[in-house]
Write a protein that binds this ligand. Structure first.
Ligand code: NAP
Ligand code: MG
Length: 409
């Protein structure tokens, strides 16, 4: 029997630890039995990033610029402890940071909502999507230890030799200093993609910074958003009956906690990092949050919002069975396959992506779940299985749908 065909390969970015194990299982159990899977494989495991001096990360992002769609597994961002664990040559930068810097754009994150799994925040009736600016700030910063009394300054040199200089701090002892940046071009692209996405999903857009404290840096974000909204989106928002609302980040957090959801929340890079984990956990589990990076020129990189689930990996290494939730990683694959299908006009591939998501939700709604969801579902209904058991339950739903042919049936 014929498998579903692909024409253009996906850029496949493999990763680390538990998610690397799940990655292979998803391919074996849910993808290759049904699809003639075409990918260009890049191994972004920490071991291979170290071996290639991180060139593999740069290559994978550049290839995404060419092919248009990538799917990424979670990866370790090394810290001091990982340096030792993996005896690394260098404390390599966050791969996601590197990929974002090459693709630019905005990360959109939305929780996967399922019947019978109730959010911890009881007033949230509708999903809260987060739009995270994917460029600059602390993720592309320059940091320094100050060893003793010293004067730290910002120094900017223009091509004509003009100099701008500003005191950061007169140190009377050791300390730390940090310099960061952003670009009008990137902030504008971020603003436009948020306004467009809000119109797409027909939800109000909320945006916040700390412009009362950061009177130049954060204020620039606020001004650019307002200028672009007034000039390009005001009428479209009025016609659609949705609103753009700006306030301070602390005020916004308070409002979100009291809201019923159904909003797109635009966040600066760091705020989006933190707030998406908060929204994901409050909606059930970190493992139920999807994530896609959309570049201003329409390149897509799909991934899970969570990390490599280290604690579960160490259990796995000891030979214990784990019940790690693969939902967000499955949605990374379905998102990428759907986008590839749309771009290459392959309706069968788009349909398979829909079926994969529907089958995953159907498995959970039938009561078959991973451990992280156990406390959120009525006890008499929940049947906790291993990661592999859960993937097989999804495969069963796919077979039962009668919508695909498989060589392995
Ligand atoms: P994490 O891997 O997201 O895990 C944090 C905790 O959340 C886990 O210990 C687990 O809780 C729960 N969890 C997350 N995903 C889960 C899943 N799929 N199923 C079940 N439970 C899940 O975050 P972390 O421990 O802070 O980071 C681990 C590594 O991931 C780090 O090296 C970090 O650099 C990396 N990281 C990568 C990315 C990325 O590539 N996008 C993002 C974040 C972090 P319990 O232990 O209580 O079960
Ligand atoms: Mg994070």
């Amino acid at each position: 029997m014929a498998k579903i065909q692909m024409t253009t390969p996906l850029v496949e970015m493999d990763g680390d630890e538990m998610t690397r194990i799940i990655w292979q299982q998803i391919k074996d159990i849910l993808l290759t039995p049904f699809i003639d899977l075409k990918t260009e494989y890049f191994d972004l495991s920490l071991v291979n990033r170290d071996a290639t001096d991180d060139q593999v990360t740069i290559d994978s992002a550049n290839r995404t610029r060419e092919l248009g769609v990538a799917v990424k597994c979670a990866t370790i961002t090394p810290n001091a402890q990982r340096m030792e664990e993996y005896t690394l040559k260098k404390m390599w930068k966050s791969p996601n940071g590197t990929i974002r810097a090459i693709l630019d754009g905005t990360v959109f994150r939305a929780p996967i909502l399922v019947k019978d799994i109730t959010p911890f925040v009881s007033c949230w009736k509708k999903p809260i999507s987060i739009a995270r600016h994917a460029y600059g700030d602390v993720y592309r910063d320059s940091e320094m230890l100050i060893s003793g009394p010293a004067k730290a300054e910002i120094l900017v040199t223009y091509p004509d030799g003009t100099i701008q200089r500003q005191l950061i701090h007169d140190f009377d002892g050791p300390g730390v200093v940090l310099g960061m940046h952003n670009l009008d071009k990137s902030i504008s692209a971020f603003a436009r993609s948020c306004f467009n996405y809000a119109l797409d999903i027909h939800q109000d857009l909320w945006f916040a910074t700390k412009d009362t404290i950061s009177k130049t840096y954060d204020h620039r974000f606020k001004d650019i958003f307002q200028e672009i909204f007034d000039a390009e989106f005001k009428t479209a928002f009025e016609t659609a009956g949705i609103a753009y609302f700006y306030t301070l980040i602390d005020d916004l957090v308070a409002r979100v906690m009291r809201s019923e959801g159904g909003i797109l929340w635009a966040c600066k890079n760091y705020d989006g990092d933190v707030m998406s984990d908060m929204v994901a956990s409050a909606c059930g589990s970190l493992a139920m949050m999807t994530s896609v990076l959309v570049s201003p020129d329409g390149k897509y990189e799909y991934e899970a919002a969570h990390g490599t689930v280290t604690r579960h990996y160490y259990k796995h290494l000891k030979g214990e069975t784990t019940s790690t939730n693969p939902m967000a990683t499955i949605y990374a694959w379905s998102g990428a396959l759907r986008k590839r299908g749309q771009l290459d006009q392959l309706p069968a591939l788009v349909d398979f992506a829909d079926l994969l998501e529907e089958s995953s939700i159907a498995a959970i709604e039938s009561g078959t779940i991973t451990g992280d969801l156990a406390s959120l579902m009525p006890k008499d209904k929940a049947h906790v299985v291993s990661t592999e058991g859960f993937l097989h339950a999804i495969a069963k739903q796919i077979y039962m749908s009668g919508r695909v042919q498989s060589e392995s049936v």
